[in-house]
Design a protein around this ligand. Structure first.
Ligand SMILES: O=P(O)(O)OC[C@H]1O[C@](O)(CO)[C@@H](O)[C@@H]1O
Length: 417
């Protein structure tokens, strides 16, 4: 269950009424694109794809020997699985993310792994990303060297259904490959095999995750006053003059979720609009309670240049009572309380303190950090982003601004050889 709280934004209900026609139009124009090839709205259909889910389950069951899972991918090809696996790993399979090109951690990982118990999953929609290909080449060589002809069983590819170098390699070598549907872009791919395959090895409840995402689809299509993603999109739209959008999550298990959100928000919405104006707000990742001791000072007394979203769980799956101890009277206010009670109190206190400071802040309450609620939250945020693309007049599904850096990297590598 996901619930929006805007109690510190008393002007919001009026604004929602006033902007209902604008929101209706944004939704209508988004959905009108749905059937156009290249509209990249395939993420809306992923929660219904039970066939892919079955295929992934069968693959997982056929490979019970996996003890270490190495995911090689970057950006949208890594951030979603990383966020979800950290929250829902029930299997004890160890996960390693090669979403960088720093040699020392790669060498350390290669030395620690047993190739016979390792599954390498290379994930890239395009199949051309330099960091991913570099990591893949290193691991491919390692698998071949250690396992001889058996290397194929230790490699699984997640890529475009038809095109790209990884798809071609998989076809030539007869490798097991899963498809990221054509109409699904990297940062919208967490509920495709990009996320589902690693999560199957993590033993997460994939059904519940997708069920939550289906609920988000339902609320996105609901009348404006009940449509959660239209409402949060409006909150961001009304505050677009504030340069920073802090996304603060009160859950250790969801500690990587803000990183996933940063890519979703910044890469989708930070661009030129149709008139050539620079558009976008900067998502700032924050974690509670840790960032109460790092960023909240700035949030309280620094510039009033932020819209803050706080993601707060309402109940724990399990809780732990804080025991008393003699001689530590300074902590007596904690005795007998629970860890979750403290977490909730801290989230509430920060929420109120930020509102009192004059920051614009709202909360998204998660019934629990469960696959269902988190699946709902992820799909909700993808809808929010797609709606904002309409409201801000930008294509939320491309990323022209990252191409020059890629071309220059290649030029430097060639010049330096
Ligand atoms: O999945 P790919 O094609 O390797 O891309 C990885 C990431 O690189 C980008 O294309 C550009 O940063 C992202 O949009 C994407 O998530």
């Amino acid at each position: 269950m996901l619930r929006l709280d805007t109690r510190f934004l008393p002007d919001f209900p009026e604004a929602l009424k006033a902007h209902a026609p604008l929101l209706e139009e944004a939704r209508r124009s988004l959905l009108a694109k749905r059937k156009n090839p290249g509209s990249m709205l395939g993420f809306l259909d992923l929660p219904e794809d039970t066939e892919t889910l079955r295929e992934i389950r069968r693959y997982r069951e056929a490979n019970p020997w996996v003890e270490d899972f190495v995911l090689i991918g970057i950006g949208g090809s890594a951030l979603g699985p990383k966020a979800l696996e950290a929250a829902f790993n029930e299997s004890g399979v160890r996960f390693h993310y090669v979403d960088h090109v720093e040699p020392e951690p790669v060498i350390k990982l290669l030395r620690a792994l047993d190739p016979g118990k390792t599954l390498v999953n290379v994930v890239s929609k395009s199949g051309t990303t330099a960091e991913t290909l570099a990591g893949f080449l290193v691991f491919l060589d390692w698998l071949k060297g250690a396992l001889g002809e058996a290397w194929r069983r230790h490699l699984v590819v997640t890529t475009d259904p038809e095109t790209g170098p990884l798809r071609a390699l998989a076809a030539r070598e007869g490798l097991r490959a899963f498809a990221i549907p054509k109409e699904v872009g990297g940062r919208f791919s967490v509920l495709s095999p990009v996320g589902l395959l690693p999560l199957a090895f993590a033993g997460a409840d994939l059904e519940a995750l997708l069920m939550g995402a289906r609920k988000a689809n339902e609320t996105a299509l609901a009348p404006v006053e009940e449509s959660l993603p239209l409402k949060t999109a409006l909150l961001l739209h009304l505050h677009r003059h504030l340069p920073v959008h802090a996304f603060m999550v009160y859950s250790e298990r969801l500690k990587h979720l803000p990183e996933w959100f940063v890519q979703l928000h910044d890469e989708s919405l930070g661009k030129r609009d149709k008139e050539g104006n620079r558009v976008g707000t900067t998502a700032l990742p924050a974690l509670g309670p840790q960032d109460q001791h790092a960023q909240v000072q700035l949030f309280r007394e620094g510039p009033l240049d932020k819209l803050l979203a706080m993601v707060v769980p309402e109940s724990p799956l399990e809780d732990l009572r804080i025991p008393p101890a003699e001689g530590l009277e300074a902590a007596s206010y904690l005795f007998g309380k629970t860890l979750f009670g403290l977490l909730r109190a801290e989230a509430e206190a920060t929420y109120q303190a930020l509102a009192e400071a004059g920051q614009r802040v709202y909360a998204l309450y998660l019934s629990q950090v469960s696959p269902y609620a988190v699946g709902w939250l992820l799909q909700h945020l993808m809808w929010q982003t797609a709606f904002l693309g309409e409201l801000w007049g930008v294509n939320a599904f491309d990323q022209p601004g990252v191409e020059l850096g890629k071309r220059l990297t290649r030029a430097f590598l060639e010049a330096w050889k």
